[in-house]
Design a protein around this ligand. Sequence first.
Ligand code: ZN
Length: 701
Amino acid sequence: MSEILTEEFTVSFTSHAASTRRQFLNRLGLLGLASTLPVSRLLLSPGSPVSASTLSSSSTSPVIRNRVPLAPNAFYFLPLGSIRPAGWLRTQLQIQASGLSGHLDETWADVGPNSGWLGGPGESWERGPYFLDGLLPLAHLLDNPHLKSKAQKYIDWTLEHQALSGMFGPTTNDDWWPRFVMLKVLTQYQELTGDPRVVPVMDKYFRYQLAELPKRPLRDWGKFRWQDQLLSVIWLYNRTGSAYLLDLARLLHQQGYDWTALYANFQYTQRITAEFLKLEQQGNGLKDLALATHGVNNGQAIKTGPVWSLVSGSEVDRTAVLKMIFELDKYHGLPNGMFSCDEHLAGLDPSQGSELCTVVESMYSLEQSLAIVGDASLGDRLERLAFNALPGTFTDDMWAHQYNQEPNQVECSLHHKPWTTDGLESNLYGLEPNFGCCTANFHQGWPKFASSLFMLSCAQNSEAGDGLVAAVYAPCEVRTMLRGTPVHVVEETDYPFRGVVRLTVNPASALAFPLQLRIPAWAAGAIITINGQSTPSAVPGSFAHIERTWKSGDRVELVFPMKPRVSSWFHNSIAIERGPLVFSHGIGESWVKLRDRGMTADWQVFPATQWNYALNIDADSPSKSIAVAETEIGNHPFSAHDAPVRLRVKARKLNEWRAEDGVANPVPESPVVSDQPEETITLVPYAAAKLRITAFPHCKN
Ligand SMILES: [Zn+2]
């Protein structure tokens, strides 16, 4: 979020917590114990009509499909609560819950007891809803009563304080945008709990908004993020069928920014600068230029075409997501799967950054787009972000994060400033480096990924074609209904660190249904076996369809090839990949605390070893020159200490490649010549290296 554009909404940080980190960790132990005690009822506000007994997620809830005249999705999300994380993914969610996500309200005033979303005089804009958008699904995925009760307070206040007009939320602003986010929260909450208050509140609000929008149209963030509210409008239409909701959908489209037109003839192909944006000047036209080249807006916009295509029925709209990703990759793509945005589109140099809000919003856009379009490449990209860019921008304990991360990140310090428009603290690890939007917004990343692992494939308005889709891979358990029969699926895997995925399919009684398995584009030679029998070969970049009558205990095994691969980037540099993981050379790290921040702290990180290596590998057959070592998956799977896979590769120092002000100069054009002796260096998963080189020059063979 740009400080320039959101200044009027900024509320300064106040720390209520005086405890040291160690004191806090001691308390955490006690809290952890308390949270395991039986909880007889959830903490609900007085007078709430909802009892604890009704607040249970149900794996028997039907999937609600698109109602005519909406176009059908390729796949539908299973009702929230149907997928339970297991293995390393559950561990990762627990790390998140034990870190800032589980405690943000205790140490950051913007979502604390004075929040406007609790009726208080504090921050009343996007930060409360952002926090809940991740806290709520995290609490339910872990079935953690303590975290559920935290989220419930804000939701109860919101549901119980709707104005007679239909407006909801804090009365200190009437901005449509923060309400987009709260609607996202309310739809998830209704699916998780069945709370009967949600649908009437949303219905009343949307009727109010339909009447108000002609007088008070979308502007600023709301204008550029309209597709996020459209999802909630479609969600309600699928439940109530009220025709006015389609009028509202068309009005949002009419008033909202035309992202599909922008990317049909994409003009912002260069690194954007403050001068280009004329940020110091004011005016609606200039503001729109800044908003159209804004990273988070573009991350949210990735889903615009598919979401609108449900209303328009247009194939051009439906596939606009692929065109948008193509253009972003071509002009702003980075090896970690992100496009550069620090805070505006920043070109191809891997020393540019990507904002954490953009990572999690791009993931959400990819999840929604994958469900609507059903294109396997969207799942590939989602995994690339989830397994690299997302964990790469947090400390291992998820108590601190960066605003901007870089693929070639050789220092995180106050004098490091390659950014287009962001401030000096942007790549520090801390509570709210640069600006607090990411502090509030990051929580949605892992929980929504976990709830996207499996989806439902089906024919419109018919259960006859219902089946399951393994959309992205991570260990989990699924409980759902297919054609009236309970189906339980167990996915056991150490993917992305290993290439084997084992599914055990347990229908309550023998049941015929299709199972679709995403075969990533990189997975040439993938093998699928069913109960030990091999099946026809899997086609990379598509979904493998398995049609059969499933019996309890049937086992499906996928084996993905995990040979290291090479990809090409800026100045003909190379990145090393293996499966969905991108690998980096981890630079020695010297962490220096800048300041305490309540329960957490802000950190600078300085390089303790040299980093200017060119790789010396056979690009045509990289696996011959890269040695792979696998170790056990520990308690922090994305940390350097526990990195479950390491690569050893030959390299030479490249003395002319230097840093200025802590920023690696643009990676020299490859191939390069180095007279330095050959060394063997170790690469670890991108996320394990908080200082790193990811895009390397390569030596002339
Ligand atoms: Zn942000």
